[in-house]
Design a protein around this ligand. Structure first.
Ligand code: ARG
Length: 271
């Protein structure tokens, strides 16, 4: 079952993206940065979202292979394991930060030095990775990751430069949307054993669809306000069947399950 589940997940994630830049295909990364704004529905519609304001989510990072990420430390980006090739020295990734407009002349661009993919990652669950940057980005705030499960509920914010509709192109301007938590039994009913509850958390509008992350948003954060009113990261964009389809929620890495492992990995990257 593990094999077929993995296959389903892969085929689903890849099949939906005809035009969209895919995290796994660096060749499409250029398109992500190209000055081609929204493809289908200008103005509104991540899918079903709206443009984010400059400075609204200062921790948002765009990665050159066509993924999103969040600033975990000043010199470490948290992203999805499926966005990177493996672990080790890697100077091929460029992180763009500090802007909603990827074409902005004030964009901060920093190269990677190392990648650390989640230990034991095999395409099922554990979809997280860290990217060490060549220098710290000092003028932007980092995004705290949740250390326990108490924020794994409620409404979440997602943001990214990925497709604004299933099969659509990458976005020049950062978009944001709000997606409600989908409980574990419901998500299990939808995705069966492809969904790993201990490692993944689902969000979306079950009845109608219409709001979701999509291809190119992978690796970006799903976050909410904590009790102190500060943003806290609860998820990492991972996969889903299509984008924003009714009854097909987005699946996100459950950050609360990995916060310890991520912290440990970040320490390792420091040396
Ligand atoms: N795997 C996709 C990527 O690489 C993200 C898909 C998210 N899909 C969803 N329906 N929420 O960009």
């Amino acid at each position: 079952m593990t094999r077929s589940a993995k296959f389903l997940k892969r085929s689903v994630a890849l099949g939906a993206a005809t035009l969209a830049a895919l995290s796994l295909q660096p060749s499409t990364a250029g398109a992500a940065g190209a000055p081609t704004p929204s493809s289908g529905t200008p103005g509104t519609r991540v899918v079903g979202g709206v443009p984010a304001a400059q400075g609204e989510f200062p921790f948002m990072v765009r990665l050159s292979m066509g993924c999103g990420g969040s600033l975990y430390r000043q010199d470490i980006v948290l992203t999805a394991a499926h966005c990177v090739d493996g672990s080790g020295n890697n100077t091929s990734i460029t992180a763009t930060a500090g802007v909603v407009d990827l074409q902005s002349s004030s964009a901060v661009k920093v190269k990677s030095t190392k990648v650390l993919q989640a230990p034991g990652y095999n395409g099922n669950g554990k979809d997280w990775a860290l990217i060490k940057l060549a220098r710290p980005i000092t003028n932007l705030s980092t995004l705290r990751t949740t250390t326990d499960g108490r924020y794994d509920q409620g409404d979440f914010v997602v943001a990214g430069w990925g497709a604004a509709r299933e099969g659509g192109g990458q976005q020049r301007y950062l978009r944001k949307a709000t997606v409600p938590f989908v409980d574990t039994p419901t998500c299990q009913r939808v995705y069966g054993s492809a969904y790993i509850p201990g490692e993944e958390i689902c969000a979306g509008i079950m009845r109608t669809g219409g709001v979701d992350t999509c291809q190119g948003d992978s690796g970006g954060p799903m976050f909410r306000k904590d009790d102190a009113g500060a943003w806290v990261q609860v998820g990492i964009v991972s996969w889903g069947e299509g984008c924003a389809r009714p009854g097909k929620p987005g699946v996100y890495t459950r950050v609360s399950a990995f916060s310890q492992a991520i912290a440990k990995a970040a320490d390792q990257l420091r040396r």
